[in-house]
Design a binder for this molecule. Sequence first.
Ligand code: NI
Length: 253
Amino acid sequence: MYFETHAHYDDKAFDADRRDLLAALPASGVDTIINPGCDLSSSSLARTLAEEFPYVYFAAGIHPEELSDLPADWLSQISRIADSPKCVAIGEVGLDYYWDVSKKDLQKQVFEAQLDLALTMDLPVIIHDRDAHGDCFEIISRHRENRGVFHCYSGSAEMASELLRLGWYLGFDGPITYKNARKAVEVLTITPLDRILIETDSPYLSPVPMRGKRNDSGNLRYIVEKIAEVKEISPEEVASATSQNAKTLFRIA
Ligand code: NI
């Protein structure tokens, strides 16, 4: 069975069938799911889904691309949403310089406030780092007490070894199955099995051979197969190690 550590079932891509899809996932081999939020309303919906389905957990957080229209009391709203036994992390939070570099300072400020909130609430963090590796690493280096996962890790192998040394987990998604995945495969090679988490980032990042279609956690098997191939072990071994890793990091019994 697979432990999905990152899927957005609150996304509008699932408006027509999210509850049917979630109900069907255990039959396709997925026994646990973490749904991170991206803003106040998606974090709330993630919480609602987690409270409806026993095998769904959630994280609450403000994604770096969701900073316009943030109410003044956003941080206390996030901490209220996160105040649930089904909340296992603060996320997804971080920096994203791909689309918009005009809000770098605000992104850093919101990111650091949520790193502090995670410590206050004694929760790990789910980090989004897109084209912002240097600044993300600098912030993480100043927040030594935080732990968590770099979701869909896309940095260098050098930065990966530093993060691993500091105790972080790395999340691997559909892109490791893509033809041009040289860098991601290199990172996978140096990442010990006990620090790997599997994620789909559904509805995005569908793995080969599902590229171009809406993604869902049922596609985790393609990611597991790729990891097994790179690590030269069986897919069953990858599934059981990554489930154990997720249970350890997110403290799920
Ligand atoms: Ni995501």
